[in-house]
Design a protein around this ligand. Structure first.
Ligand SMILES: C[S@@+](CC[C@H](N)C(=O)[O-])C[C@H]1O[C@@H](n2cnc3c(N)ncnc32)[C@H](O)[C@@H]1O
Length: 224
């Protein structure tokens, strides 16, 4: 029987998170290597620098209730909860990740809790969090608009939603459509990483709720 995308993502992270942690550490995302992408630095520092760059870009000075959507093993959740003296809640599709994140929070004595939940149908009331954070999880979402709507639904008035996600290059006029070679390359990335599809930054900007957000395309790099 064919499994659903959600099941594939769950199985992918259940099976691979231990190995990812050994190789990439607790942060399962790319690093920030300066505005031009050419600074030389240690991998973990680059991953933390990406978190700090995002916070700087979003002008985040404080947070009390943080939601980490697609939390992995809680790398960002624990970092942000500790930095701001906040409570962090993380959701992931992977029970293995949720358990590992819970274990890491207990060991570090950081106020963070984790659960298995779907970002497209979150188990939280409206207006629950003052910072909603999504670091390299948006690319897994089959319905990008629904994802953005859910993130905004659980955001308190005056709160902030910060997302960094994989995009492909702009492909609408005046830009050329994606070539066959680019589409083939993308299809392989989708297959390997369990992604339904990614969209371009201008597509996010055309989203029905785009009047509430700003976008930018900073340089990130592979942490290896
Ligand atoms: C590449 S990992 C990033 C983890 C984390 N944000 C970090 O930077 O360390 C992608 C995460 O997105 C989560 N994810 C993917 N689709 C999801 C969904 N529909 N609902 C909740 N989490 C999802 C996965 O379970 C995984 O934890």
């Amino acid at each position: 029987m064919a499994s659903t995308l959600q099941q594939q993502i769950q199985q992918f992270y259940d099976a691979s998170s231990g190995l990812w942690e050994q190789i990439w550490g607790e942060h399962m995302h790319h690093g920030y290597y300066g505005a031009a992408g050419n600074e030389r630095k240690e991998r973990r520092q680059a991953q933390i620098d990406l978190i700090e760059e995002l916070l700087k870009w979003g002008e985040v000075r404080q947070a009390q209730q943080i939601l980490d959507v697609g939390c992995g093993i809680g790398g960002s959740s624990l970092y942000l909860a500790e930095k701001f003296g906040a409570i962090a809640t993380g959701i992931t599709l992977s029970p293995v990740q949720a358990n590992r994140a819970t274990e890491r929070a207990a060991t570090a004595r950081i106020n963070a809790n984790f659960q298995v939940a779907d970002a497209l149908n979150m188990p939280f009331p409206d207006q629950s969090f003052d910072l909603v954070w999504s670091l390299e999880s948006g690319e897994h979402m089959p319905d990008k608009t629904k994802f953005l709507q859910e993130c905004y639904r659980v955001l308190k008035p005056g709160g902030l939603f910060l997302m960094a996600t994989w995009c492909h290059r702009p492909d609408q006029p005046p830009h050329s459509p994606l070539s066959q070679d680019e589409q083939k390359h993308l299809a392989e990335i989708y297959r390997v990483y369990c992604l339904p599809h990614v969209i371009s930054l201008p597509e996010y900007e055309r989203s029905p709720i785009s009047s509430t957000f700003k976008t930018s395309a900073p340089q990130t790099g592979l942490p290896l």
